[in-house]
Write a protein that binds this ligand. Structure first.
Ligand SMILES: Cc1cc2nc3c(=O)[nH]c(=O)nc-3n(C[C@H](O)[C@H](O)[C@H](O)COP(=O)(O)O)c2cc1C
Length: 379
């Protein structure tokens, strides 16, 4: 049996194999609420044999939303829906974590539609990567967000989800605090690395006070920004070490703020050769060498032999995939049965374009292929 099918534990949670479904926004929520489409999706993923499924974004505070179609967890009203997701996955022997998130300044476009202003860590003059309007957070705003993360984690636990993952990557609030490019604060929340990680630390304390010590709390961490002048890897690595020391139970290693599309982002395209695969592998390996909590590698993993190598070489404890499971939720079971097929995902990001248009996330490429060549081509 491949090493990919050995179990691993994250705090008190045993995960049956090394496969993680990396958080994937599904565009399926109705004003933040769980719909039948979620139950169907997560049940399919659990049936497909994935060890740990991470939901898409679930927002902890109304001011942190970026769309009406992602999940929310900022009030007890959302708990019944979350419980249905957990029950569906558990009924199929799977495990599921809720991804907790707050958009910070990335919420500007969505909140504008409600005539409200977003809040981010601090204002940045002449930012080529961000043009929205937002306010700098006050001390009270920060304290409110800390409590909101803690309350959302408590709801996830009460609803029966197996773990929570904080979103500390991809330009959202926690990444904004960590990056020296967006965090220009002169108070205790800015400046040195420990200060830029104070929010991460305080959130973990608040969560622990509400869920206890055994509930798995982990983080997706952006260890480098996608452009020069942002967070650099040497600091990102120090951040990973500090977060493990603070008590985060596992780390998924990704990118921080986004640069140019798509090469400066977390979802790179053209994963058409082995060299293009595992594009955050070097960062992940380095982090794994320096921490003693489980580490997840994400970003362009496709080839089963490469994933085995990563686990065998102790470059990561988990391999985490997003786009391939959109098209083939049953891939892991195929691999378990010895069919070492390469995923048919071509990493074209048409799934992402659909999500941005507020359609359901799905493999649009598969739909195009199913239609076959158009009339001109057929002739
Ligand atoms: C359609 C789509 C939605 C995504 N939604 C999320 C999300 O909600 N949270 C998150 O942390 N990452 C999200 N990601 C990023 C993925 O989790 C993953 O980090 C990235 O796609 C690289 O992995 P892959 O090459 O296996 O797709 C999303 C990516 C795509 C393509």
């Amino acid at each position: 049996m491949s090493i990919l099918f050995e179990p691993v534990t994250i705090n008190a949670m045993e995960v049956a194999n090394r496969f993680v479904r990396s958080a994937t926004g599904g565009g399926r929520a109705d004003q933040g609420r769980v719909t039948d489409q979620h139950i169907k999706l997560f049940s399919e993923l659990a049936d497909g044999g994935i060890g740990l499924i991470i939901t898409g974004l679930a927002c902890v505070h109304p001011d942190g939303r970026i769309s009406p179609t992602h999940l929310c967890a900022y009030s007890d009203d959302f708990a019944a829906g979350l419980k249905k997701i957990a029950d569906g996955v558990h009924g199929r022997g799977g495990k599921i974590a809720l991804q907790l998130f707050c958009g910070g300044r990335e919420s500007a476009t969505f909140l504008k539609t409600e005539n409200r202003q977003a809040k981010g860590v601090s204002l940045v003059d002449k930012d080529p990567y961000f043009t929205g309007h937002y306010a700098s957070m006050t001390e009270d705003d920060i304290r409110e967000i800390i409590r909101a993360f803690g309350d959302a984690a408590r709801r996830a636990q009460q609803a029966g989800l197996d773990a929570v993952q904080l979103h500390g990557a991809h330009a959202y609030l926690l990444a904004q605090f960590l990056s020296p490019f967006t965090n220009r604060r002169k108070d205790d929340w800015g400046g040195c690395l420990e200060n830029r990680l104070r929010l991460h630390r305080e959130i973990l304390k608040d969560i622990r006070s509400k869920v206890g010590g055994k509930y798995p709390v982990f983080i997706k961490l952006g260890v480098q920004d996608g452009f020069e002048g942002g967070l650099e890897f040497n600091e990102g690595l120090q951040a990973a070490k500090l977060l493990a020391q603070y008590g985060y139970d596992a780390l998924e290693i990704s990118q921080g703020l986004r640069g140019a599309e798509y090469e400066g982002t977390e979802f790179r395209t053209r994963i058409n050769s082995i060299d293009r695969e595992g594009y955050f592998r070097n960062w992940c390996r380095e982090v794994k060498n320096h921490v003693d909590v489980p580490v997840m590698m994400v970003g362009g993993l496709r080839d089963i032999a490469l994933m085995e190598e990563v686990i065998q070489n102790k470059e990561a404890d988990f391999v985490s995939l997003c786009r391939p499971f959109i098209r083939q939720p049953g891939l892991v079971n195929e691999w378990k049965q010895g069919n070492r097929l390469r995923p048919s995902c071509i990493s074209c990001n048409r799934c992402l374009v659909a999500l941005k248009k507020r359609e359901q996330t799905r493999c649009v490429q598969e739909e195009i292929e199913a239609k076959g060549p158009g009339p001109a081509l057929r002739a």
